[in-house]
Design a protein around this ligand. Structure first.
Ligand code: F7E
Length: 324
């Protein structure tokens, strides 16, 4: 039975990847930080099938002993401070976790189990003020936030360990990927939760920032498949993972409210509080390498994604109000 170690397993991608690897017959080990608040809701349905072990990317020793103990075949790194605006409030913490955390994990693998295959979650935020449209693996980076800067470090340290230490290390440059398990602070989930609340009479407006920002939004379940495929190849490489299509925040609002038979213009209020100091206006990727080398394609369309998320929020809110 192959062993996979997932850092950040309590997040959206960690939980989808755990589902995917369990179905493939892996032994799944998740590294979790001790926390005073419980954040295991995304893993409730598989809690008896996975193993959770306490460790922290801020603590090198804890990571080395986990790698020594489990000797994983594959390591997937999702641990990060991943909310972009927060990286302006806590740039040092973001750099410590999102940048140096990758180096600590790579060092632990090099020392304790160098044959393990490694996946790093890199981000389209590395392209920031994009040098070209669409972006590919060859597009130069121009990050515009402390988060993007930290991800650039994580990407390059992964490439350097591959080239210097001959490790099987891949960097997946992922564009925005969403799902019913997306955190409520990200714009897609904020919209689907807001629209469902309005539909059920639980709210009467939805306050958002810049409606003209455009993103390339895909389904997280499709994207974890690409990560696994990267680690099954003969040679490690870097891959842009995206749909190749963009929509604005406004388009997302329209699709979500339309689906509920509502006009978003009656409810969405633009609020300066949610604008960003340095906005990344247009990110759209070119997934050609992933298509050709990995045979990877998305299965869920933009409309299906929006509807899946709206349905889930309606159901959650209905259940919550019924139990109150
Ligand atoms: O913002 C605009 C906002 O927070 C998307 C992370 O997974 O993807 C994600 O980063 C856009 C931005 O995601 C609101 O200005 C408008 O232009 O959902 P988001 P993100 O910053 O693109 C990348 C690839 C990652 O790597 C990150 O970890 O939506 N926007 N109004 C808003 N955004 C938020 N959050 N809230 C608003 O009210």
């Amino acid at each position: 039975m192959p062993v996979a170690l997932i850092t950040g397993i309590t997040g959206q991608d960690g939980s989808y990847l755990a589902d995917f690897l369990l179905a493939k017959g892996y032994r799944v080990v998740g590294m979790v930080r001790r926390s005073s608040t419980l954040t295991f809701s995304r893993l409730a349905h598989i809690q008896d099938e996975i193993e959770l072990v306490q460790g922290d990317l801020h603590d090198q020793g804890s990571v080395v002993s986990i790698i020594e103990r489990y000797r994983p075949d594959e390591v997937y790194n999702f641990a990060a401070q991943s909310f972009v605006p927060m990286s302006w409030n806590q740039p040092v913490l973001t750099g410590d976790a999102t940048a140096l955390g990758v180096a600590r994990l790579l060092e632990a693998i090099r020392l304790a189990c160098p044959e393990a295959r490694f996946y790093q979650s890199s981000s389209s935020e590395m392209f920031g003020k994009a040098r070209e449209v669409p972006q590919s693996e060859e597009t130069p980076f121009y990050p515009r936030t402390p988060y993007g800067v930290a991800k650039v470090y994580g990407h390059w340290i992964t490439v350097n360990y591959r080239e210097k230490h001959d490790m099987f290390a891949c960097s997946g440059i992922l564009y925005n990927h969403e799902s019913p398990r997306r955190g409520l602070e990200f714009v897609t989930r904020k919209i689907t939760r807001g629209a469902a609340s309005i539909k059920l009479g639980l709210a009467d407006e939805l306050r958002l920032g810049n409606l003209e920002a455009r993103r390339d939004w895909g389904f997280a379940g499709d994207y974890v498949r690409a990560m696994w495929l990267m680690l099954q190849q003969d040679a490690p490489n870097d891959y842009v993972i995206c749909t190749g299509q963009t929509h604005s925040v406004r388009d997302f609002c329209q699709a979500a409210f339309d689906y509920l038979g509502l006009d978003y213009r009656d409810y969405v209020v633009q609020d300066q509080r949610f604008y960003r100091p340095a906005e990344v206006n247009l990110l759209v990727g070119d997934p050609q390498r992933a298509r050709e080398n990995l045979g990877w394609e998305t299965e869920v369309s933009f409309e299906e994604l929006v509807q899946m998320m709206v349905n889930n929020d309606l159901e959650l809110l209905e259940r919550k109000t019924a139990s109150e």
